[in-house]
Design a protein around this ligand. Sequence first.
Ligand SMILES: Cc1cc2nc3c(=O)[nH]c(=O)nc-3n(C[C@H](O)[C@H](O)[C@H](O)COP(=O)(O)OP(=O)(O)OC[C@H]3O[C@@H](n4cnc5c(N)ncnc54)[C@H](O)[C@@H]3O)c2cc1C
Length: 444
Amino acid sequence: MHIIVVGCGLAGLTAAIALARAGHKVEIVEAAPQIAYVGAGIQVSPNSSRVLRKLGVDKYIEKYCTEPVDLRMMRWENGKKLVECPLKKPSHDEYGSPYWHVHRADFHRGLLECALELGIVTHLDNRIVDIDAEAPSLTSHTGRRFTADLIVASDGLNSKCREVVVGHASPPIPTGQMVYRVTIPARKLKGIPGLEEMITTPRNNHWIGPYGTILSYLLEGINETLVNLVMTIDVNGRMPDGVNQRLSSADAARAAFKGWDPRVDQMLEHAEHVLEWRLFTHHEIPSWAHSSKKLIIIGDACHAMTPYLAQGAAMGIEDAAILGGLLEKYPTMDTIGKVITLYERLRIKRTARVAEASIDSRYFTQMPDGPKQEERDAWLVEHPGIWKGHINIRSRKEFLDWLFGYDAYKALNEAIQAEEGGDSAGKGTSMGVHSHVAEIISEA
Ligand SMILES: Cc1cc2nc3c(=O)[nH]c(=O)nc-3n(C[C@H](O)[C@H](O)[C@H](O)COP(=O)(O)OP(=O)(O)OC[C@H]3O[C@@H](n4cnc5c(N)ncnc54)[C@H](O)[C@@H]3O)c2cc1C
């Protein structure tokens, strides 16, 4: 089939690669006049690295990835260690695929290189302003018209295609929080007491505090080692209404996090790039395809979520694997109804649960100081590592098995087999999940 993918973000590029590998002719239409890389680092958990490896994208990005040993949670005001949850070892030993930290520029460039090698044509500077889902066709702001057999829309948080699928405006919802996204060359922090480990050991350093958190991790990018900071806090008038992203300054971030671990302040003295970013989420929608069956949405366009679990792009990458696999098995428009049914069955509930878990994680990590926080901290100190029933979702074995252990290709094969064999038992949302975990998750 001839398929047009709208949007050249992480989900769109992965989908384009998956669809090309499935034997389709793929073109991408992108609004931006050039591919720009916003934000700095991104975490790629085993559920998404597995897909990237299967699609052969690892060849283009692995050299830029670091593997964090663990997630270390610390008290906001002094960096006192509360708990460490291993990441590297279980990712390899239990989930069979690595946990990566990578600069978005390197990730994006790797995906793009892979897409270009597969012969995927990219039309930049074509913002889609009109969508005819029945034809299907797209018209860009330049007046250019694109037609195809099928449109896969990955146009992100403010997706126009989502509106067409839903049939009405469906804007993202502000969460009341924002992040300062900061990068600092690690060399500038050399010799500062207390920072040595942070600039040499790959790990997630996570300060948890009242109504905010700070995450730092290392990026071994193409140029030099960077410290990547994601500093989350209530907006509280810090950004003007209507502004969702803008350049900021180290001073603004320092003022917002006054009183936190003094090492953060020391790091911010050397910050080179600071961006302010308002955080949004989406309501779950019941369908991810237009009734014409010729327009399907993926990625943030369907399920933009809060970043507290670092799973937004991972879910888009899983969507891409599933949709690509379905369109390999059922490669014509005659069977598109089956593709859509299975795609929605496999994806909608899983992404909604991840989005919910991400919100739970916000409230767990951002408790105001007081008796509940003291109880939480005491519990964390006594329970390092990964345990069944752990109060911290980041350490809860059954949740991690469900999240990181998810094999999109296994889920896909099981769903196809169930469909072909008419096995209604396979039609739940837990496919690809170990059965005991599936029970726990479906009870949640
Ligand atoms: C602070 C923060 C930290 C995060 N950290 C992580 C993390 O560690 N791990 C993780 O997995 N996720 C993370 N995420 C989430 C992740 O960044 C997003 O989920 C992901 O980038 C979304 O990819 P996408 O391709 O769906 O959308 P986008 O990346 O938004 O791409 C959409 C593309 O569509 C184009 N487009 C839009 N409208 C049109 C149009 N009308 N016509 C043509 N083109 C159009 C845009 O220009 C863009 O290129 C984080 C998010 C935030 C805010």
